[in-house]
Design a protein around this ligand. Structure first.
Ligand SMILES: *Cc1c(COP(=O)(O)O)cnc(C)c1O
Length: 372
């Protein structure tokens, strides 16, 4: 059955259409054209860094960051286990080893107290999960003590803040995704932000086949074709103009859900630590693990799309190790992302909550009967 209330949908208006039309009409449909630099400049400016290097996706942005930092064979990179799989994957793309870190039970991102470091450890990828920032002071202090690079993965956290400062301004490089369900979208797309001119230059060369910018068809290094197109950037320029409106909508949706769900037994609402501004990329709750899948199924029957949390990366076949990361495992088994698209109405939120209430009551009752 097709869901009437989707988990996420982009909000695309006339301005996006005008920009894309202008880009198509101009003939600049590939990875040259004025929208690309405009988008890079405006986005870097919005987050608060000097340089923006656009890329074809969030995943390729992360890959560019690791290559530019010279991370490779024999190196270890600390990543949260509870996360989208591309973070662990990019570490293996460069021949390095992902070392999985458990989650913090209060705010679900990487727990700095669970980090263990040896002489091979070179970097930390701090992922701001579902819109909530990591504890950056702690992560930066550990990185400083051990001379590690910090890369921020802000794919789910455009505009989120840690102690009043935007995520994406802490690490040496930060990476964003503009996939269709992210806070703003370019269809597919990504960007690396940095204040380091040399790294910005390196990433620009790497995304363009490693071509020397002064000497056409001369390649000093092995690069990639990871460029964003002018069409994607045209969409991005228009989306960026309304990013604060979109973030406010996400927060309004979250507060509405919170007020309706906070007293419901059996539900944990998403965190917002005192030091955090959560952008609630996907509004996420925890329920009892024994009923989680059933809740998702029942919601779907009523036309409401929801998603389970990511599986922890350390149990995935390509990355499987024997570690036990109990918090990540528990969150993964209990988490549900509810509909969170910016167009979600108050009425739809009420429908979702009512269904959730019914489903939970039913599940608790049937679990109770099972005991008798
Ligand atoms: C979406 C996402 C990515 C990957 O971005 P793509 O643009 O889909 O390649 C990376 N990390 C996190 C945390 C994400 O949510």
């Amino acid at each position: 059955m097709k869901c009437k209330i989707p988990v996420a949908q982009p909000e695309i208006g006339d301005e996006e259409l005008e920009n894309v039309t202008a880009a198509v009409k101009s003939g600049w449909v590939s990875s040259k054209g004025p929208f690309i630099e405009e988008f890079e400049k405006n986005f870097a400016n919005y987050i608060g860094t000097k340089y923006g290097v656009s890329a074809s996706s969030g995943t390729t942005a992360l890959h560019l960051a690791l290559v530019a930092l010279g991370i490779g064979k024999g190196d270890k990179v600390l990543v949260p286990s509870l996360d989208f799989i591309s973070v662990a994957n990019v570490v293996t793309y460069v021949g390095a080893e992902p070392v999985f870190v458990d989650s913090h039970p209060d705010y679900w991102c990487m727990d700095p107290s669970k980090i263990s470091i040896d002489t091979q450890t070179k970097a930390i990828i701090a992922v701001h999960l579902y819109g909530h920032p990591c504890d950056m002071d702690k992560i930066m202090a550990i990185a400083k003590d051990h001379k590690l690079h910090v890369i921020e993965d802000c794919a789910e956290a455009h505009g989120a803040e840690y102690r009043g400062r935007k995520t994406g301004t802490f690490g040496i490089i930060s990476c964003f995704s503009f996939y269709g369900n992210k806070i703003i979208t370019t269809g597919e797309g990504g960007m690396c932000l940095t204040n380091n001119a040399e790294l910005a230059q390196k990433m620009m060369i790497l995304r363009d086949h490693g071509m020397n910018p002064q000497k056409r068809y001369w390649h000093d290094v092995i690069g990639f074709n990871y460029r964003m197109t002018n069409l994607q950037a045209a969409l991005g320029v228009a989306q960026l103009k309304k990013i604060d409106i979109l973030i406010n909508k996400k927060r309004r949706i979250a507060f509405e859900y919170n007020s309706l769900l906070k007293d419901l037994p059996g539900i944990t609402i998403p965190p917002e630590m005192s030091w955090a501004k959560n952008v609630y990329w996907l509004y996420s709750i925890l329920v009892n693990a024994s009923i989680r899948n059933k809740v998702i199924e029942q919601l779907e029957k009523q036309g409401i799309e929801s998603r389970p949390f990511f599986y922890p990366s350390h149990i995935m076949p390509p990355h499987k190790d024997n570690s036990s990361l109990p918090v990540a495992e528990e969150l993964s088994a209990r988490g549900i992302n509810l509909p969170s698209g910016p167009a979600l109405s108050e009425n739809e939120i009420e429908i979702v909550v009512k269904s959730l209430r019914d489903v939970l009551q039913c599940s608790i009752k049937s679990a109770g009967n099972g005991l008798m």
